[in-house]
Design a protein around this ligand. Structure first.
Ligand code: SF4
Ligand code: F3S
Ligand code: FES
Length: 247
């Protein structure tokens, strides 16, 4: 069944913009990205939107639909009433380039700052992992880098000034993944706490709620990482070493 839906889409650039109203056809089985594409084809050929796979796997089409961080290609039109106004806006935490496209380079800068996997002296093929360690890493590896978790975290969503000190849940999860990897020999606890702002996270779990891959970011990465940081801080050997200035 087809119907005419009311859409409000944010149009503008980094300087200024506004919500623009459209009435547009919707067909059975369509997702919000289909409707944005129909707008491009029929009424707004210059409407900018970033997308690639249309299958929820590339992480490109992140935006906010009726104020909720979503992948446009995975948000079914059937979740809205036919007479409901559907408002589509760019993700709020990153600067707008044009219309629905934002500059997410913050995330790539943070990714570059995280020291990579450190196998120490272990040669490739020497190390055998337990299945439980494989499964832990695999959960984190489902990340499609849509950055919806970073977009929704209040530490940077409402506080631009925190961005230099806070990597966001996606990259704190990456640090936790490496810290919990049995073959990684680097100590990631100071890196998480001092360099990437783990202490800013007050476990609101908004990141976990919006993750389209269903990764338990808070419970399986951030909280275990916090426990390790606290464990280090209250380790008597570390305490003595800190006092003596050798740790
Ligand atoms: Fe997206 Fe989830 Fe990865 Fe965050 S952890 S970037 S929400 S897939
Ligand atoms: Fe932010 Fe997630 Fe922590 S939303 S405050 S990183 S639990
Ligand atoms: Fe790839 Fe939506 S277009 S996740």
């Amino acid at each position: 069944m087809s119907y005419q839906a009311k859409f409000r889409v944010w149009r503008g650039d980094e300087g200024r913009g506004e919500l623009t109203d459209y009435t547009v056809e919707v067909n059975e089985g369509e997702v919000v990205l289909d409707i944005i594409h129909r707008l491009q084809a029929t009424q707004a050929p210059d409407l900018a939107v970033r997308w690639n796979c249309k299958a929820g796997k590339c992480g490109s089409c992140s935006a906010e639909v009726n104020g909720m961080p979503r992948l446009l290609c995975m948000t079914r039109m059937s979740t809205f009433e036919p007479d409901e106004v559907v408002t589509v806006t760019p993700v709020r935490t990153f600067p707008v380039i044009r219309d629905l496209v934002t500059d997410v380079s913050f995330n790539y800068e943070k990714a570059r700052q995280i020291p990579s996997f450190d196998p120490g002296g272990t040669a490739p093929g020497e190390f055998r992992m337990q299945q439980v360690d494989v499964e832990r890493s695999q959960e984190f590896r489902k990340c499609i880098e849509c950055f919806l978790c970073n977009n929704v975290c209040h530490v940077i969503r409402d506080h631009e000034e925190n961005k230099p000190e806070f990597a966001g849940p996606r990259f704190l999860m990456r640090i936790a993944e490496l810290e919990m990897h049995p073959a990684d020999e680097a100590d990631r606890r100071n890196i998480a706490q001092e360099d990437h702002g783990l202490g800013f996270c007050n476990i609101t779990k908004c990141c976990t709620e919006v993750c389209p891959e269903g990764i338990k970011i808070t419970d399986n990465a951030l909280i275990p990482m916090k426990e390790r940081v606290v464990g280090r801080r209250y380790d008597p050997v570390v305490w003595l070493g800190t006092k003596l200035g050798i740790v």
